[in-house]
Ligand binder design. Structure first.
Ligand code: ADP
Ligand code: MG
Length: 249
């Protein structure tokens, strides 16, 4: 028997409370290197909280979280947490680009300031990433001159500029005009196909089914089912999941 490699991300019995409100009630979740896992489930079920625990924006009340073999739930100093976040890209619904910086500078600022990359090297990498997100012609533009979908693609390039081990995507298309959603999903699809380890929270059910290796369904702070897309979308015995994936909330 060959031992399976340790997962890149592992949560074991993670609990988290805000005051008396326990919002994570024993989460067990793994993401293997190169895997794409989508978390789906009703609003308020704890999806964003899970992502925020993984990059140490929140500390769980109990349980263990490891990323690349390092315990992240017990990091003590802000410097340690920043060290972790360098290795994890995160893309939110609100892209929060710096409005006074060009697209190129939005992408190079963190590699130059935090990773101490040489400006020329950081710019070369940024231009490659802009090709990848299909915005090579927007290097000199300012965020305000771009559509929401274009800004979100810049935000993805900005996350990739740090050469992360893993990218977390939290409802990155939820705030976009419908006509720009497809171009953002196409970029994520490309990254997943290239083997970027990805953990996504999404309401785009068909997209999640198409690109994910596994789907995790959360409700009320618990993982109700974790399995291949085919199982969750077509063979789940759970009435709540069947209702949800049919778009009935
Ligand atoms: P989801 O992403 O699935 O919609 P969240 O992880 O954002 O859900 O939230 C889970 C629960 O935690 C919700 O009940 C939400 O109101 C609560 N919550 C999230 N963030 C905070 C916070 N900073 N303070 C208090 N409660 C919070
Ligand atoms: Mg959320």
């Amino acid at each position: 028997m060959t031992a399976s490699p340790a997962p890149l991300v592992a949560l074991e019995d993670v609990h988290l409370s805000f005051g008396d409100n326990e919002v994570l009630k024993g989460i067990d979740l793994t993401v293997a290197r190169g895997e794409a896992v989508s978390i789906i489930g009703p609003s308020g079920s704890g999806k964003s909280t899970i992502l925020r625990c993984i990059n140490a924006l929140l500390a769980p009340s109990s349980g263990r979280i490891t990323v690349n073999g390092v315990r992240v739930d017990t990091l003590r100093t802000e410097a340690e947490r920043i060290g972790l976040r360098k290795r994890i890209g995160i893309v939110f619904q609100q892209y929060n680009l710096f409005p006074h910086l060009t697209v190129l500078d939005n992408i190079t600022i963190a590699p130059v300031r935090i990773l101490k990359e040489k400006r020329a090297a950081a710019e070369r990498h940024a231009r490659e990433l802009l090709e990848r997100v299909r915005l090579a012609d927007k290097v000199a533009a300012y965020p305000g001159q771009l559509s929401g979908g274009q800004q979100q693609r810049v935000a993805i390039a900005r996350a990739l500029a740090m050469r992360p081990d893993l990218v977390l995507f939290d409802e990155v298309t939820s705030a976009l005009d419908p006509e720009t959603v497809g171009e953002v999903l196409a970029v994520i699809r490309g990254l997943v196909r290239e083997g970027m380890t990805s953990l996504l929270v999404t309401h785009e059910m068909r997209f999640a089914e198409e690109i994910s290796d596994r789907i995790v369904f959360t409700e009320n702070g618990r993982i109700v089912e974790d399995g291949p897309p085919e199982q969750i979308f077509h063979r789940s015995q759970n009435p709540r999941i069947r209702q949800f994936v049919r778009g009935l909330g």
